[in-house]
Design a protein around this ligand. Structure first.
Ligand code: FPP
Length: 253
């Protein structure tokens, strides 16, 4: 297992004046293309992706990001070849098992967001074990989105709201945006401030659709296996220079 320098142990320091977004979401894209460009199997890209993920987690801690959501496996990823699905399931189980103590030492709270049906039971067990081990940590929540889809999450929230209406606990006319937010998988997690998708693709791909309503978006060209904590800091610095209006406007004339 490759050791990743923990927070404060790396060669580089967080740039002066960086004000971290509270919630950063990562679409770790480009693993397959990175590997194939080197005549390696796609799975090798996912292996390198583990290193990129750990380094980015350490960098997020250093920058004082409070919530980091990562798209590890989507509800659409079941369409990949059976061999790649099998690899991704086995690999996420391995990553969770082999890295949980380190994440715990770093003060990270691991949380799972996603759907239970179809997801391998052994992966759910590892997610739950990591959640249990790290439940008391408060430095940063690392939200592992596994078998996650934004539309699935909203549909599941709708079903839970409808069940409450059926039981007479809620009036249909009282449903508002806050009702929907409260029935998402992790209702305490705030909206996304910055969404980063690597490898130059400009798509949201069904990730945190509700929570990204006002997210700033960054699409660095690097493929995920090459992404490191310095790249996260660069995106955070650029984020700090943007003006966020949340639908409002200020006349500057
Ligand atoms: C997207 O690249 C990446 C994934 C679907 C998996 C993300 C997995 C990791 C970063 C591995 C480490 C961590 C865990 C928990 C498994 P892609 O395969 O879509 O790349 P492509 O667009 O070049 O084909």
């Amino acid at each position: 297992m490759i050791e990743i320098p923990g927070p404060g142990e790396g060669a580089h320091r967080v740039p002066e004046g960086l004000r971290a977004p509270k919630h950063v979401a990562l679409i770790m894209d480009g693993n397959g293309r990175w590997a194939n460009a080197r005549h390696l199997p796609r799975t090798e890209g996912h292996r390198q992706g583990e290193i990129a993920l750990l380094d980015t987690v350490a960098g997020a801690l250093e920058a004082k990001v409070r919530y980091l959501s990562v798209y590890a496996f989507s509800t659409e990823n079941w369409r990949r070849s059976p061999a790649e699905v099998k690899f991704l399931m086995g690999y996420s189980r391995k990553v969770l098992r082999s890295r949980r103590d380190q994440l715990n030492e770093w003060g990270v709270r691991v949380r799972w967001s996603g759907r239970r049906p179809r997801l391998w039971k052994s992966v759910i067990s590892e997610l739950q074990e990591a959640e249990r081990l790290t439940a008391g940590n408060t430095k940063m929540d690392l939200i592992m989105c596994v078998n996650y889809g934004g539309r699935a999450e909203i549909a599941d929230a709708m079903a839970r709201v409808a069940a409450r209406v059926e039981r007479g606990e809620l009036k249909a006319r009282a449903i508002n945006e806050s009702t929907v937010s409260k029935h998402l998988y992790l209702p305490d997690v705030p909206d996304v401030d910055l969404l980063i998708r690597t490898s130059g693709e400009h798509r949201v791909s069904n990730f945190l659709l509700w929570q990204c309503a006002y997210a700033e978006m960054a699409f660095p060209k690097k493929p995920w296996p090459e992404f490191r904590r310095e790249d996260l800091w660069d995106e955070c610095l650029a984020f700090g220079r943007r003006e966020r209006r949340f639908g409002g406007a200020v006349d500057k004339a």
